[in-house]
Design a protein around this ligand. Structure first.
Ligand code: SF4
Length: 233
């Protein structure tokens, strides 16, 4: 079990690798790597799809209207960004806000796995189809799954997974917004639920931060500057 400080330091290390990542074509068109933001010791993680134009400029996930909605929904259940960690399936913006391609998702997956492994959340809320399908390893869509929690083994850990509609989708459909709000209301009970028994993985080593794409890590100084800019950790 890592201490909060160890989590933070190891997450920064992963972040440094992501900053220099060229493992998929999205590195060619990105402005910044949107690694994720929030509390490295969080019990609750949100995982969205990928950075949009504003996120790409600012280097922070979920800014703009969808981000404001996420902030409001968090506030309604007594939480804020400082108490959760928010990340995306791909860390670099797909040009023109197109969907991320399967090979891009696959290339970026080690970063997401490392984030989950290091943060060790009790609950993960997937936002929309891409993260839901990736974490469940199943093509079932969000419309059928939203609001129904399940236990999933992700990396080395059993985690309560709660698929939710993406806030960007809820912005344009009032009925989806109410559904999202109702589904959000289930989060506090999941956080308060007893810890899950963890699988014994004697034969299987969890993904480690070393399992990310081979890239030259950024300097400590660059990581510190970026972390401060983003309000990370
Ligand atoms: Fe960016 Fe992820 Fe692709 Fe690396 S694998 S270039 S971090 S989207």
């Amino acid at each position: 079990m890592r201490s909060a400080t160890e989590r933070r330091e190891q997450l920064k290390e992963v972040y440094g690798r992501a900053l220099g990542c060229t493992a998929c074509p999205l590195h060619q068109t990105r402005t910044t790597v949107v690694f994720g933001a929030g509390n490295a010791d969080a019990d609750l993680m949100f995982i969205g799809e990928g950075p949009g134009a504003n996120e790409d400029k600012q280097g922070v996930p979920f800014v703009g209207r969808a981000g404001k909605l996420l902030d409001t929904l968090l506030e309604e259940i007594g939480l804020d960004r400082a108490s959760v960690f928010i990340a995306n399936v791909v860390k670099c913006r797909p040009p023109g806000n197109r969907d991320p391609h399967p090979e891009e998702i696959e290339s970026c997956h080690p970063f997401l796995r490392a984030q989950v492994e290091l943060i060790e959340p009790k609950v993960i809320c997937t936002l929309g189809n891409f993260s839901t399908k990736l974490l469940r390893g199943d093509p079932t869509g969000i419309s059928r799954l939203h609001g129904q929690d399940e236990v999933q083994t992700i990396g080395a850990r059993a985690i309560r997974l709660l698929p939710l509609f993406h806030p960007a989708a809820a912005l344009y459909t009032p009925s989806s917004l109410q559904t999202l709000r109702d589904d959000f209301a289930r989060i506090p009970a999941l956080l308060a639920a007893p810890p899950l028994p963890q699988p014994h993985l004697a034969d299987e080593q969890p993904d480690s931060p070393q399992s990310q794409p081979e890239v030259e890590p950024e300097t400590d100084e660059a990581i510190e500057v970026a972390s401060e800019q983003l309000g990370l950790f």
